[in-house]
Design a protein around this ligand. Sequence first.
Ligand SMILES: NC(=O)C1=CN([C@@H]2O[C@H](COP(=O)(O)OP(=O)(O)OC[C@H]3O[C@@H](n4cnc5c(N)ncnc54)[C@H](OP(=O)(O)O)[C@@H]3O)[C@@H](O)[C@H]2O)C=CC1
Ligand SMILES: O=C(O)C1=N[C@H](C(=O)O)C[C@H](O)C1
Length: 247
Amino acid sequence: MRIAIMGASGRVGTRLVELILANPGLELAAALVRPGSKLIGVPVSGGSIEYRPADAGMNSRCDVMIDFSRPVASLRLQEEIGSKSIPMVIGTTGFTVEEDERLSMFSRQRPILVSANFAPGFEAFKRAAIDFARRMPDAEAGIGETYHRAKKTDPSGTSLLLARDVCEARSRVMGFAAPQPAITVNRVGDTVGINEVRFQMGAAEAVLTYRVQTLTAYAAGAITAAQWLVSIPRPAGRYSLADSLND
Ligand SMILES: NC(=O)C1=CN([C@@H]2O[C@H](COP(=O)(O)OP(=O)(O)OC[C@H]3O[C@@H](n4cnc5c(N)ncnc54)[C@H](OP(=O)(O)O)[C@@H]3O)[C@@H](O)[C@H]2O)C=CC1
Ligand SMILES: O=C(O)C1=N[C@H](C(=O)O)C[C@H](O)C1
């Protein structure tokens, strides 16, 4: 499988490149970095290609693209790909509602799998939190996150997703719109990722914790999702990580 990486010089992008180069069944088709990056023209270590900026003349030799960059870059990449039906896996988070709608519009051209968290077991963790919310709808829910110091201080895509799904679960059971859970944001050292869902019941509190140990966990999960996405010809559209786990 030939994979192009957008955000190849990033924390996750560099892990993606390493995993691809180490896997004989995978080929690094392109390592795309920011325009003006000092890496442009530099050979990718261990690989036979050079880092380059995404451009309209992009070589669509790849079977799939994986994007871990920034919303503005991710959407510009979509524009540059145009109507080519290259399947994509997007891990980039921080899209505004309007940007996310644009992403959905682009998914009319190609299959696009989007997930805020590709680490193993995250979907199961999220479903456990939803199940708890359904069983204990009177509990007051709260979300907590701890990430590395370089991450912006807005709530992560993961926390926003957990807050939305827990709130929806409570609302459905209670029959009215539950308040959105508060999100507590912590930035500590080079913490990879700690996510908490807390349920306060007065006489007791339940805390569900999800702790990611290495950045490679996210990269490996994104590659597995990409392998699923291209395992058979898929219609254009927007796919979730749950879709890839349900097959
Ligand atoms: N879904 C998931 O499982 C996960 C998602 N993420 C998300 O993925 C994204 C990247 O995370 P992370 O790797 O830690 O971030 P980094 O900042 O380490 O990497 C971002 C990458 O995108 C590149 N980039 C930034 N701006 C542009 C641009 N305008 N055009 C082209 N390339 C650009 C950077 O290039 P340069 O180095 O030159 O700045 C870098 O290569 C974030 O949104 C993060 O929230 C992170 C982990 C897991
Ligand atoms: O920036 C990160 O590190 C992460 N970002 C994603 C997010 O915004 O949820 C996924 C993961 O939590 C790590």
